[in-house]
Design a protein around this ligand. Structure first.
Ligand code: NI
Length: 268
């Protein structure tokens, strides 16, 4: 079995223009018209490739299914006179995956809608009662990687420049993935609610701090990106639990090239 993921990019403009941008599906089709709305939909299907063609599913079938079935539905939500800010997002995600399941022979296992470059909603066919909400954040902090039990020479050998006695800084990027129940009205927790919890539990404690000096959790714990991801998860999971939200995964980027995710192997 394989999993195939296709990203479909499109704009929702007030006046639907299905022909606009059909020559540039890389950017978006329909293309942007004036001040429109841009989204990405990532559709993941699972199945067995055909032994002759090597195809499990023609990606054009996914593009067609999104543009023929999902886009007209989304257009009705942003139509003049409607208020898209009040749309029940849990119900919307259920509808999107259902609309795709019929034309794609029920091979769709998950759908992820990128509402901004930093905020995404995902629904999985195995759990239609929840939406996974992903939101990103940034904080600036200094740290020094140092183990007191080791000699200065050993510390320099293991940690290199990161052992600099005065420390050094990073702009850390954080992504949280939260499992939100869909209520009877089709709503899920708002991203504002998640932002508030992250602000209280994480940003207040870490932003513009020297992790070794200012943060108790790192008084006797080396502030590696691995330990930072775990500490953030442990703080946030408790606060989320009180709000009936399940924190699934925390990812921390120390640089654009280095990311640590905790716990491992929870979500794909
Ligand atoms: Ni560092």
């Amino acid at each position: 079995m394989v999993e195939l993921t296709r990203c479909v990019r499109f704009c929702l403009n007030r006046i639907p223009a299905p022909e606009s941008g059909k020559f540039n599906t890389f950017s978006a089709w329909p293309a942007m018209s004036g001040l429109g709305r841009y989204y990405e939909l990532l559709v993941t299907c699972r199945g067995e490739p055909d032994p002759q063609t090597g195809y499990f599913l023609n990606i054009k079938a996914i593009d067609t299914a999104v543009r023929q079935h999902v886009l007209p539905y989304l257009q009705t939500i942003v139509a003049p006179g409607e208020d898209p800010s009040q749309v029940p997002m849990g119900k919307l995600m259920q509808r999107i995956i259902t609309l795709l399941q019929q034309p794609l022979n029920a091979s769709v296992i998950r759908v992820r809608l990128a509402l901004t470059p930093f905020y995404q909603l995902q629904i999985r066919s195995c759990d239609m009662d929840h939406v996974i909400l992903r939101q990103q954040y940034e904080f600036a902090a200094a740290h020094r990687l140092h183990v007191p039990e080791l000699s200065d020479e050993e510390n320099r050998k293991i940690f290199g420049k990161c052992n600099n006695p005065s420390g050094h800084g990073h702009n850390y990027q954080v992504e949280v993935a939260v499992k939100c129940p869909i209520d009877n009205n089709g709503h899920i927790a708002t991203v504002n609610k998640i932002d508030q919890l992250v602000d209280n539990e994480i940003m207040e404690r870490l932003d513009h701090k020297h992790l070794n000096e200012d943060v108790d959790a790192f008084a006797n714990l080396n502030p590696s990106v691995e330990n930072i991801a775990k500490v953030i998860y442990d703080w946030l999971v408790v606060a989320m639990d009180k709000e009936n939200l399940k924190l699934e995964v925390v990812s921390v980027w120390e640089t654009g090239k280095t990311r640590c995710t905790y716990p491992a192997g929870v979500l794909s």
